[in-house]
Structures are given as structure tokens and as C-alpha cells.
Design a protein. Structure first.
Length: 284
């Protein structure tokens, strides 16, 4: 399977990052958002991100311009008709993903591979709603995409060897290290990470230690670059809460049950860095 043109569904934090590294690797990329304003805003973030790489001398100004030139934005799914690989990076909602991919299934060429960037949903359950479950896999990138080296390639029960090989080769071609995961909610990283983050919130809620002592304990005692409460803020408390709900419903294991403090903070709008307040307060 020769992959030359990439379609990215969504130009938010994840979709924009995926589009950026894919275009920087030399691929032609079409990015779809629901409004022109949203993809233009996403492209502005990509331009700003690339400018930082130029400033740090990790790429030249000419390479930045070439990367931006390989990107095209649209609201029209019909422009995905000739894509070889489509990566879905929209809201982490099963029904929304299925609705969009079912529509695109009738537009994309039969041999095109579909991949979901879902971090918690079962990829096979999404793929089953399309006509191409064998040409469907998970490509789970990590945030921030331009900096994080890992991609989880997720094989469903139906993913063919050819599809898996093509997806793995693509991920490596954009500079990522691949780990292969079975199609179970959370895959490898979130399966292990989410209980750790929830336990940190429980420890804080129970008064085991202060916020700073919990984070410093894990940074200085375990060598983690960021403490768990700060990491919760960085990822987004609402995102972790939603992922935890999905995983708890799948496994019925209390390790994935969100502690009350997490639910209260989300309901109060304390979502972490993106809202300006979580376990920490943030100012521009």
C-alpha cells in the first residue's frame, strides 16, 4: 500500500499536530474542519509551532514554508476522495466518530486505510460501522504531537497484516517510535497511566499529602518529568474523566472509577491548563 496523500479529520490540538508532522515529513495533507474559521485557526497554531522549530534551529525557514505549502484546509469531505490514509482526530465521542467515518466511507477510495486517533474507545467497534474493517486500525499519537515520540498502532480483530504494516511504516516515516497494542480500551499507555492519575487525585482528596508534595514525590522519587496532578491539568481533567468512564464501563474495575473530586472539578469548570484552573492556577 503506497501512502502519499493523507487526510486528517479535525484540526484541534491533536489533529493539527498530526497534520503538522505529516506535512513536515513530505506528505500532501488535507485537513477537514466543520468551519473555515476552525481550520484556519488550526493552521495558525501549526505556523506558530513551526516557527518555534525554526527559532531553535531544528528546521530552516524554507522547510517551514514548504511544510505549510503541503497543507490544505477544507470543510468538504469530498476532497478526501483520493486520500491513501485518513486519520480521524475529532472529539472523543463514539457516535460522532462513527457518523463522520460512515459518511466518509462512501467518499474515500476502497483501498484507502482509515485510522482513528482515539485514546480510549475500542477501534474495532468504530471500524465495524464502515465497509472496511480490514483496512482500519488505531494510530494513537500523544500530545503534543510534534514533540512526543510515541505512536500506538492498534490492531483490531479484523485489521489485515497489510494494513498494519502500512500504518506502522507510515508512523515511522513521520519520525515516531511504534508500539503495537491489542484493541482494548486504553491500549498500553492509558491502561497503565489512567489508574496512576486517578490514584494521585484520590491521594490528594484523602489528604495523604499536599498537591506540591504529591507531585514532587513522583518527580524526585521516581524521576517523572511532571507530577501526576500537573499532568492531569496538562491533559485536561475532563478528558481524563471521560476516558476513565469509558474504561470503567468496559472493565468494571474500581481502578478506573473516577474519584469524586475529579467529577466535582470538571462540573465546576476546573479543567486544568486549558481553562486556567485545575489543581493549579494558570495565567497567560
Amino acid at each position: 500500500m503506497a501512502i502519499r496523500k493523507i487526510g486528517v479529520l479535525g484540526c484541534g490540538q491533536m489533529g493539527g499536530g498530526i497534520a503538522q508532522i505529516t506535512a513536515a515529513a513530505g506528505y500532501e495533507v488535507i485537513v477537514r474542519e466543520i468551519t473555515d474559521e476552525l481550520w484556519r485557526k488550526g493552521f495558525a497554531r501549526i505556523d506558530k509551532s513551526l516557527a518555534k522549530f525554526v527559532e531553535k534551529e531544528k528546521m530552516t525557514g524554507a522547510q517551514k514554508d514548504q511544510t505549510m505549502a503541503r497543507l490544505a484546509g477544507t470543510t468538504d469531505l469530498a476532497r478526501f476522495a483520493d486520500c491513501d490514509l485518513v486519520i480521524e482526530a475529532v472529539i472523543e465521542n463514539f457516535d460522532e466518530k462513527v457518523k463522520l467515518l460512515k459518511e466518509l466511507d462512501h467518499i474515500a477510495k476502497p483501498e484507502a486505510i482509515f485510522a482513528s486517533n482515539t485514546s480510549s474507545l475500542a477501534v474495532g467497534d468504530i471500524a465495524a460501522h464502515t465497509s472496511r474493517p480490514g483496512r482500519f486500525c488505531g494510530l494513537h499519537f500523544f500530545n503534543p504531537v510534534p514533540l512526543m515520540k510515541l505512536v500506538e498502532v492498534v490492531r483490531t480483530l479484523s485489521t489485515t497484516d497489510e494494513t498494519y504494516a502500512a500504518a506502522k511504516t507510515f508512523a515511522e516515516s513521520v519520525g515516531k517510535v511504534v508500539v503495537t497494542a491489542r484493541d482494548t480500551p486504553g491500549f498500553v499507555v492509558n491502561l497503565l497511566l489512567v489508574p496512576y492519575l486517578l490514584d494521585a487525585a484520590r491521594a490528594y482528596e484523602a489528604g495523604v499529602a499536599s498537591r506540591d508534595d504529591i507531585d514532587n514525590g513522583m518527580k524526585l522519587g521516581c524521576g517523572h518529568p511532571m507530577g501526576p496532578l500537573a499532568l492531569l491539568d496538562f491533559i485536561g481533567l475532563d478528558t481524563i474523566y471521560y476516558i476513565a468512564e469509558i474504561m470503567f464501563n468496559e472493565f468494571k474495575d474500581r481502578r478506573y472509577a473516577a474519584p469524586p473530586i475529579l467529577k466535582r472539578m470538571v462540573n465546576a469548570g476546573f479543567l486544568g491548563k486549558k481553562s486556567g484552573r485545575g489543581f493549579y492556577a494558570y495565567t497567560e
